[in-house]
Design a protein around this ligand. Sequence first.
Ligand code: 13P
Length: 247
Amino acid sequence: MKIVIANWKMNMLGREAAAFCEAFKADYTPKAGCEAGIAPPFTLLREVAVHAAGSGVKVFAQNAYFEPKGAFTGEISMGQLKDAGCHGVLLGHSERRHVFGESDENLVKKLKAAWEYELLPVLCIGETLTQRDAGFTLDVLHKQLEVLNATGPGPLVLAYEPVWAIGTGRVAEPMQIEEVHAFIHDELWRLWSDRGLEVPIQYGGSVTPDNFEGILKVPFVAGGLVGGASLDPAKFLKLVGQTQASL
Ligand code: 13P
């Protein structure tokens, strides 16, 4: 399975989201083996779920808390995401890790909670520029992937997003993506054997319709997690079309 997801981050208001969904739906034709998803901010989840209903587009949240309910002011539970019409949830995005201190320990709990509520988690991993320059890329990814050792297997999408390529316009070179995706593929096999090989591995970081075709040719790249370029329905449609064409 290949999958391309629009991560809107902290962008869009209600009327913009509705206009995006209508424009996207008008030209979107689903294709077997390829999923398209939108990850809007919490306030727009229901809005997007309603507009996307029947189109085949899946709705993802950008984060969630692992506790089912209670005194956790400002947090949202997996059950609440399900209730709002979500299909899945992004977990461990680098902005959550680096700006908000997301820990691997919490990610283990969040993955298990997502599965409990039958949400598809998209686990994001990636190294910083300092870590890459110091030659630690694969060690960092190995450590981030160890959460999957603690959880055991379950439905999952993995997103490799080098932190230095996010929102910078500096996309990773195909050789760099190839090295990392092959490594993640091997790690998934080591961790979950056959179940690991079912996990699609997305690339994310300054993806645009101009560079995505090349990225999709890299072995073990099974789609993308897209920020900036996904705010424009025409660009996102192109990215979905390119993913479908790469099947
Ligand atoms: P950009 O596509 O804006 O670089 O963002 C990538 C990203 O973080 C998607 O989750």
